[in-house]
Ligand binder design. Structure first.
Ligand SMILES: Cc1ncc(COP(=O)(O)O)c(C=O)c1O
Length: 479
């Protein structure tokens, strides 16, 4: 069994094994005809069930053959130009190279004595990101597992900075379109059920700062504490960016921590033409960025950044065996002092390789391309009588609904849109997402693949209309 350990004696087997895996994936990439095969859980489950985990196959080739049947053949492929659903990006090759290196070396970024250069690389990328945001000389941060964790950590710091122990008094303000991790965080942080005040959005799905101001005033009048305002720079559903300068003014006026959830919109930090959309982000107390959304990085790659690095102390605990207090005095850079995690992947290496090979402009250009594509898609939808489109995109998301030319109730139209999404998924020809707007069913494209063209969008809209029409034809006749 020792032959399976990665060490000085097995370097050749490592090379062969990993190369074989890479070959299989490369073949998949070149042969996948659509983003998905349309397999159902019932069809796939027997193959997975049939695997006896107590009877190993013994060699990598056989395990890869088996993997073909239980995973690779039917995986959902984000690199395909007709994968248009969630906030998943195709990944850039330098980052995949970084992933291969980091998993083999397997550094853990909690302490210097488990990572050495990895720690310095992560710190440099944190400084690079805070510099791009403009958070100032005291800024700091840490890589996390994703936007959910970044938001949780930011709100933990915000809670601690209030200095209050009466958690029932704390309020968080975020738009009705903010990510549900804000609510989850509030619960995990022990705040009351009413802690998150949902602020309505305008017709462009941006937080209404006038209502925010009124809510803050009401909060103050009731003797409650405005713990944090969460502004979203790129809402999950619409890609809308809340009015950051106005929110920053209100945060300053009411003494609230300003957190910007830029999990999606962070790609603008690398854009040479659209960076202005984030104006005001530099006034935040904390920022979430998901490199695994708009920096074309493999999952996971995210960070939480703070204006005042000293606030990260709220996540600091000392263990004699790991990061004893004396290491602070010795100025040993232990990233665990800033993190909610202990053992932690060297995800920063992926971004490092990306910046060293492509540069930030390269990433920014890719993100600019998908934002430009969304604009083209919007024009297609706006001119198409079969569709109702919700808002002009600020980033790369389009939310729309098939509307038939013939009379049909809103409920039937809901069902037709739901059916079209499912039928498309089952066909494997394209994958789109769905959401609700004002209680009605809508469909969604999240465009993150620069290889997707306007022609792809037009073709997918035709497919959706075909499925929806067929549904209405069959169901309205029999009604
Ligand atoms: C605006 C926003 N914030 C936070 C998150 C959560 O990020 P993650 O899925 O990386 O935890 C998402 C995910 O889609 C998001 O869109």
């Amino acid at each position: 069994m020792r032959s399976h350990l990665l060490n000085d004696t097995t370097a050749e087997s490592y090379r062969r094994s990993v190369t074989e895996g890479v070959e299989r994936v490369a073949r998949k990439l070149t042969t996948a005809r659509g983003p998905f095969t349309g397999v159902t859980p019932a069809e796939l489950a027997p193959a997975v069930d049939a695997v006896d985990l107590d009877r190993p196959l013994g060699d990598a080739s056989a395990a890869l053959d088996e993997l073909e049947d239980v995973y690779l053949r039917d995986a959902v492929y984000f690199h395909h130009p007709r994968y248009l659903a969630h906030l998943n990006c195709p990944v850039v090759i330098p980052a995949v190279l970084g992933e291969a290196v980091l998993s083999a070396v397997n550094s853990s970024l909690d302490t210097w004595d488990q990572s050495a250069g990895g720690t310095l690389i992560e710190r440099k990328l944190i400084d690079w990101t805070t510099g791009r945001i403009g958070l100032g000389p005291l800024a700091d941060g840490v890589f996390t597992s994703g936007g959910t964790q970044s938001n949780l950590q930011a709100l933990l710091l915000a809670r601690e900075e209030t200095g209050t122990t009466d958690l029932t008094k704390l309020r968080i303000f975020s738009s009705e379109c903010s990510h549900f991790s804000v609510q989850k965080s509030a619960q995990l942080l022990g705040l009351g059920r009413d802690a998150v005040v949902s602020v309505p959005v305008d017709r462009n799905k941006r937080m209404q700062s006038v209502v925010l101001a009124a809510e803050l005033e009401a909060c103050r009048a009731e003797g409650l504490i405005p713990m944090a305002i969460v502004a979203t720079a790129g809402t999950t559903d619409f890609g809308s960016i809340d009015p950051l300068p106005e929110i920053a003014n209100l945060a300053a006026e009411y003494g609230a921590w300003m957190h910007v959830d830029a999990a999606y919109g962070c790609g603008l930090l690398a854009s040479r033409t659209r960076r202005g959309l984030l104006d005001g982000i530099e006034r935040a107390d904390s920022v979430t960025v998901d490199y695994h959304k708009s920096f074309f990085q493999p999952v996971s790659s995210s960070a939480v950044l703070v204006r005042d690095g000293a606030t990260l102390r709220h996540a600091t605990y000392h263990a004699d065996y790991l990061n004893p207090r004396r290491t602070l005095a010795e100025k040993i850079p232990n990233q665990v002092d800033k993190s909610l995690q202990t053992t932690r992947r060297f995800d920063a290496l992926k971004l490092w390789m990306t910046l060293r090979v492509m540069g930030a402009d390269g990433i920014g250009e890719l993100f600019d391309e998908v934002c430009a594509l969304a604009r083209e898609g919007f024009e297609l939808l706006a001119a198409d009588p079969r569709y109702d489109v919700v808002v002009e995109p600020q980033l790369s998301t389009l939310v729309y609904r098939y509307v038939p030319g013939t009379a049909a109730s809103p409920e039937d139209v809901d069902r037709a849109n739901l059916h079209a999404r499912k039928a498309l998924f089952a066909s494997g020809e394209a994958v789109v997402a769905g959401t609700e707007v004002d209680g009605r069913q809508y469909l969604k494209f999240t465009l993150l693949n620069p290889e997707t063209t306007a022609a792809d969008i037009a073709a997918v809209l035709d497919l959706i209309a075909g499925h929806a029409e067929q549904y209405l034809g069959e169901n309205l006749v029999h009604a």
